[in-house]
Write a protein of this length. Structure first.
Length: 341
């Protein structure tokens, strides 16, 4: 149950928009909570501070907003009915569902747990929405649903029947669950397929974070494959623009790619980090890993047309912003970065 102080805070929140963000202490979620608060929304963050990576990182993610009067933190799991009831006591009008066990390789190691959290947990939230009369739902999906496609760019109209990992399968299943609740209960639901989001607070196991950390520390960078694989990297601010635009246009059942619509080769990514940090990477090449795909590349025509989505941060600018944040957090500076000119 909510403590009386939390109930009092909820009662004093007069904002017309109340948004429940699951996974709100994570990378994308914490940025989104800040963005929503800045635009005048009341926000409830539901997060279980899963130890997949250091929970202290998630605590720091929320430090700047934890005491804001329009922000409420519920520490709980989407698999726990009690935690869901506690979060829905906030009386949200919209749920943005970002909580998940993320990552292709972790899902191969823990397939059952991945399905439990990502599929059953999503269904639990949809059921809670029905119980509490919430009819607006945004679901954080993933570019991984496209599998190892050779035809690019990836369109929302493409068939996505060949997931390469349990994580990809769980996200496709989440989209299907969302559609069924739209069809059964006339919920307004939008699924957003994120393409490799990066920027300040990015999870420590993700490629850009790992590469920057290793290069600045003078440690080897492990590259899987020959460097020719490519990804569509989306800067966090562009991703947030897409999420909030979808929130403002939430109607019916919609599906959107949120990417930069530029695919960057792995070897070019490392070279860009080298240029920004002024340090040369020590490269170690290993075979491709299970679940890896050759490329990701978003067709964002639908998001441009319907949402006014227009990504603005290119890879070099985004890497510079990430490196600056990382250096401020860790004190690892390496050599002075190259000038922007």
């Amino acid at each position: 149950m909510l403590e009386s102080t939390a109930k009092d805070r909820i009662g004093k929140m007069n904002q017309s928009e109340r948004v429940l963000v699951t996974g709100g202490a994570g990378f994308i979620g914490s940025h989104l909570c800040q963005r929503l608060l800045a635009r005048g929304s009341a926000v409830c963050c539901l997060d279980n501070f899963d130890p997949a990576y250091d929970p202290a990182i998630k605590e720091r993610n929320l430090a700047a907003i934890a005491q804001k009067p329009s922000f409420l933190l519920v520490r709980g799991d989407i698999l726990d009915p009690g935690a869901l009831d506690e979060a829905f006591a906030f009386q949200p009008d919209t749920v943005i569902h970002l909580a998940a066990l993320a990552g292709v390789r972790d899902s191969i190691a823990q397939p059952a747990r991945t399905m439990l959290v990502n599929v059953v947990g999503t269904t639990n939230l949809l059921e809670a929405c029905c119980r509490h009369g919430v009819r607006r739902f945004l679901f954080g999906s993933s570019s991984s649903v496209y599998g190892d496609r050779k035809q690019v760019p990836f369109s929302e109209e493409d068939r996505v029947d060949d997931p390469q990992s349990p994580y990809a399968a769980s996200k496709k299943a989440g989209e299907l669950a969302c559609y069924s609740y739209h069809a059964l209960y006339a919920m307004d639901i939008t699924c957003l397929r994120f393409f490799t989001v990066y920027g300040p607070r990015q999870r420590p196991e993700m490629a850009i974070h790992r590469f920057v950390r290793a290069i600045l520390a003078g440690q080897p960078v492990t590259l899987y494959g020959d460097g020719s694989s490519s990804r569509d990297y989306t800067y966090i601010d562009d991703c947030l623009d897409g999420i909030t635009a979808a929130l403002d246009r939430l109607e019916g059942y919609r599906l959107y790619n949120l990417g930069e619509s530029v695919s960057i080769r792995l070897d070019r990514l490392v070279a860009t980090i080298e240029a920004v940090t002024g340090k040369e990477a020590i490269r170690i090449y290993l075979p491709n890993q299970a679940g890896d795909v050759t490329t990701t590349f978003a067709n964002i025509d639908r998001a441009r047309r319907d949402l006014g989505y227009q990504p603005a941060v290119g890879i070099e600018q985004g890497i510079r912003s990430f490196v600056q944040w990382f250096q401020e957090q860790t004190g690892l500076t390496g050599q002075p970065p190259l000038s922007k000119e």
